[in-house]
Design a protein around this ligand. Structure first.
Ligand SMILES: Nc1nc2c(ncn2[C@@H]2O[C@H](COP(=O)(O)OP(=O)(O)OP(=O)(O)O)[C@@H](O)[C@H]2O)c(=O)[nH]1
Ligand SMILES: [Mg+2]
Length: 440
């Protein structure tokens, strides 16, 4: 009966349909193979044309987990997963700055995986219209590809206007924190008479910000408290961005991931000398700390960066902290906490005018392994009144820098300390730093 029906239907079917029916298995197999082939061609093609320098970055933790088939973060598992170790260079013709070669570091490829990091800005509402320029520099040169978060901190509540404008400019999440009073006030252990006398003496010496109380709060906060803000709890690295900075070059890779992949804890761009009058007793206080807590001084430290006589005296060299990218775990460490507490209790942030730059720098030099410090090249940076502009033309052109190399201050052998850093580390310095510049 059914055969009859089929035979009947078959007679009614066009010839082509009968052929399709006859060879349907083979047709299905060929179609399947064709689809597989097309998919392969697509995958190979897209991975070739994708610019590795600007490969898209996924921003949510979910997509990161999905990408790698795991929801366990590197931090939870306690070790770095292998996908972070993509040490291939950005592109075959990527120009690696000489100093990166001599520091033995590699730039990570963008692979869609971010680290837990944020830009952090301590600022006033009144700084808004300067700050917007700093934000645009960082966004345009770097963060528009990565969408890292941005944390703003202030000793006064941020205005609605401040929040509206800054959140419109930042491509990641923005957070706004009010500094607790105990982190921005004169502590009980400060002798107010002694403090007043010290400020009067500074007035006569004409030391920058020598008499300012808010400036002292700012330096003390940047030294010992900002990293305690709960808004930073979720982050592993931070990049300090001040309201008055400029970036001159495209940043071709994820600076935060760079820190992680290369096991760096403290990164800087410019290094200068401190006003001695502001830190007269800082070094003796550091020496007392080291004598009391020798266990916190790293056995492979960078003493030769901060001292020319094996630790007897301070040579005033410090990393200019208005640019720094740092592992927050360094500041959160027992060693740094004990160090800050010891310094703070001595009163030097008030009786003198200790800046956060020498405080951070001496800590980085003495509490870290010297291999954990890094000099960033190729970024181009300015904060009044000093410039960093990459020394190699090939790097400047590649990174679309808009700075005049003649104004670079990085490698001066007087007042600036990057040479000292390279010598202390035993790194080769770039060719060309001793060629006199026009107008110098
Ligand atoms: N909330 C708040 N932020 C401050 C205060 N003073 C400074 N800041 C911020 O702290 C950072 C450093 O302050 P600056 O005044 O630039 O200090 P500096 O860089 O040592 O000095 P300059 O050479 O004058 O730039 C900036 O991003 C300021 O916006 C303050 O009293 N309150
Ligand atoms: Mg400033």
């Amino acid at each position: 009966m059914s055969d009859f029906k089929f035979e009947h239907k078959k007679r009614l079917m066009p010839k082509s349909a009968q052929l399709v029916r006859k060879y349907q298995k083979g047709i299905r197999a060929s179609f399947g193979a064709f689809v597989v082939m097309l998919t392969l061609v697509f995958i190979i093609h897209t991975s070739r044309v994708q610019d590795p320098v600007i490969a898209p970055v996924q921003t949510s933790a979910d997509s990161v987990a999905a990408n790698h088939g795991t929801s366990v973060s590197p931090e939870q598992s306690g070790k770095l997963p292998s996908y972070l170790f993509n040490t291939a260079l950005l592109a075959d013709d990527y120009v690696v700055p000489f100093t990166d070669k001599s520091q033995g570091v590699t730039q990570p490829l963008d692979d869609g995986v971010k680290v837990r990091a944020a830009m952090v800005t301590l600022t006033r509402n009144s700084d808004l219209w300067e700050l917007v320029k700093s934000i645009r520099h960082v966004e345009d040169r770097f963060n528009h590809r990565y969408h890292y978060d941005w944390v703003f901190l202030n000793d006064k509540p941020f205005t609605e206007e401040f929040k509206k404008v800054t959140s419109a400019l930042v491509s990641g999440k923005t957070k706004y924190g009010l500094i607790p009073e105990e982190h921005w006030s004169i502590p009980d252990f400060i002798d107010m008479d002694k403090f007043d006398k010290a400020r009067k003496a500074f007035a006569e010496e004409d030391v920058p910000y020598g008499t300012s109380i808010p400036y002292r709060h700012m330096c003390r906060y940047q030294s010992g408290f900002f990293w305690q803000s709960e808004l930073l709890d979720e982050y592993e690295y931070y990049w300090r961005v001040d309201h008055d900075i400029t970036l001159f070059c495209d940043i071709q890779y994820d600076l935060f991931k760079f820190m992680k992949v290369n096991n760096k804890k403290y990164g800087f761009i410019l290094s200068v000398s401190e006003y001695e009058a502001t830190i007269r007793s800082l070094w003796s206080t550091v020496k007392n700390f080291a004598a009391k807590f020798p266990k916190f001084i790293d056995g492979n430290n960078l003493m030769n960066f901060v001292s020319n006589d094996g630790g007897e005296s301070y040579n005033m060299c410090h990393f200019w902290s208005n640019f720094e990218i740092v592992s927050l775990d360094f500041y959160r460490s027992d060693a740094y906490r004990a160090y800050f507490d010891f310094l703070d209790k001595s009163g030097g942030f008030f009786y003198e005018r200790w800046g956060d730059a020498p405080v951070h720098s001496i800590a980085a030099a003495l509490l870290l392994d010297k291999k954990e410090l890094h000099f960033f090249d190729g970024l181009g940076f300015h904060h009044p009144n000093f410039f960093s502009c990459p020394i190699e033309e090939s790097v400047r052109l590649q990174n679309k820098c808009i700075c005049d190399p003649e104004v670079d201050d990085t490698w001066h052998d007087y007042y600036f300390c990057t040479r000292q850093f390279f010598d202390a580390e035993g790194y080769k310095k770039p060719y060309g730093i001793d060629i006199p510049k026009l107008g110098h």
